[in-house]
Design a protein around this ligand. Sequence first.
Ligand SMILES: Nc1ncnc2c1ncn2[C@@H]1O[C@H](COP(=O)(O)OP(=O)(O)OP(=O)(O)O)[C@@H](O)[C@H]1O
Ligand SMILES: [Mg+2]
Length: 211
Amino acid sequence: MNQRFVIVGTDTGVGKTVISAALVSALDAFYWKPVQAGLEGETDSQAVARLSGAPAHRILPEACRLRRAASPHLAARAEGVEIDAAALEPPACEGPLVIETAGGVMTPLNDHALTIDALKRWRLPIVLVAPMRLGAINHSLLTIEALQRRDLSLIGVVFVGDEDADVERSIATFGDVRRLGRLPWLDPLNAQTLRAAFDAGVDRAAFGANA
Ligand SMILES: Nc1ncnc2c1ncn2[C@@H]1O[C@H](COP(=O)(O)OP(=O)(O)OP(=O)(O)O)[C@@H](O)[C@H]1O
Ligand SMILES: [Mg+2]
């Protein structure tokens, strides 16, 4: 059975796409963004293609593409549609699969289902991405508690940003979770710098990758 992971974040804009791209590169994985809300500029699938260097066939089509950059349930409503959350099923593929959720785990998909409800149905191992910024401890612990309450399998946390060992330790200890590593802020950020920093900073063994 190929490995499949779900990348969740403490919030929107925390680095889920960047970590997904690094994992796609490191594991030669496929990538799937179930719901893309916001089509202006680069989509997450396009960013992952650019930052992983993966060939086009490894970027699987989104189940749902919505124009407005908003919570998926509101972006869908703006187009007069509703996301069929029960129909969101990870696609079959010939290799590992990295799934990137939209927003945070409590982000609604429609008026009845949250992102975490889909995670519960999928029962796949989860990786939490947490940014090194003020508020990260609180947001991380709230997310971890929500996952633990539902008996979801959290592999660990990947931090993004400047080193702060005290913050990382606080999250790992209070949350009783594994620290998988940290990706520093990169300038420039491209496929080469990302992969090198990911290999140096993140424990690939946690993902079953051949180092
Ligand atoms: N390590 C990093 N170095 C440089 N820039 C980064 C890094 N991590 C993230 N960024 C930038 O920060 C922004 C947000 O990151 P990203 O798109 O990965 O967040 P996200 O959690 O996927 O957001 P969304 O909820 O919209 O899917 C992007 O412009 C991205 O390029
Ligand atoms: Mg993203």
